[in-house]
Design a binder for this molecule. Sequence first.
Ligand SMILES: Nc1ncnc2c1ncn2[C@@H]1O[C@H](COP(=O)(O)OP(=O)(O)OP(=O)(O)O)[C@@H](O)[C@H]1O
Ligand SMILES: CC(C)(CO)[C@@H](O)C(=O)NCCC(=O)O
Length: 244
Amino acid sequence: MSLLLIDLGNSRIKWAYGDHPWASVGYSFTADVAQLLQQLLTLPRPDAIHGCTVGQPAAALLLEQFCQQQWGHSIQWLKVSRNALGIHNTYRHLEQQGPDRWAAVLGARSLFPERALVIASAGTALTVDALTEENEYLGGMILPGLRLMKSALAQQTARLTLSEGAFHDFPRCTTDAIETGCISAMAGSIIAMQTRLTRRGDTPLCIISGGDAALIAPHLPNQPIIAEQLVLHGLAALAQDIYQ
Ligand SMILES: Nc1ncnc2c1ncn2[C@@H]1O[C@H](COP(=O)(O)OP(=O)(O)OP(=O)(O)O)[C@@H](O)[C@H]1O
Ligand SMILES: CC(C)(CO)[C@@H](O)C(=O)NCCC(=O)O
């Protein structure tokens, strides 16, 4: 069965086409939906389309219209649920939770069974979510992503500008101080979640994905695993459950 899976984030739209393993994958920036549509035009007609969106509704609408016109399919957008694939979601108000977080949890579990997991998605925002070995999703944290942290400093201070620095244990210039501070804050929040799960008696594995995963991973203990496209893997696992 050929599926088209779409992850509409705040910075990028990622997609995968085919059965598992995917025949093709791609992405475009959310601001450039036209580029995405060019990519999708090259694909054969999928049997079904599953999507997850936390991005601009206008981008989702454009995609909807394209899929209808091109293939006569509507997109089945993921809704956060209380239970899926054996995982219990304890988020207080399900309608509040970003479906990308729920999809990433489901995707991480499909790739890494039978372990407590810390699932960090380092995209536009950084989210750090906790899943127990017994498949209870406990909740998680939301922080600004690296780019957002840096732009907030540049916008709200007189002397800091948007810049590229390098990580140093003891930074001795402004650009390095900013880079090191932001990356340490991101890594620190992931370590904090690992510590909380460990205190509960779990031995969590840390899975990290998103545009900034490779920058943060070296600053985490216990060999974190960088996993690409957790959201798409979550959509694939749910689709497999539906169509099997
Ligand atoms: N041209 C770019 N535009 C935006 N972010 C970029 C760019 N190049 C690198 N990045 C980095 O990638 C991060 C965004 O990651 P990613 O592409 O995974 O976002 P996203 O998947 O759209 O995010 P989300 O799913 O949270 O909306 C930013 O914090 C930034 O540091
Ligand atoms: C936190 C983001 C922006 C991460 O992409 C997204 O999951 C979202 O918009 N969430 C809504 C708020 C929540 O998850 O509680």
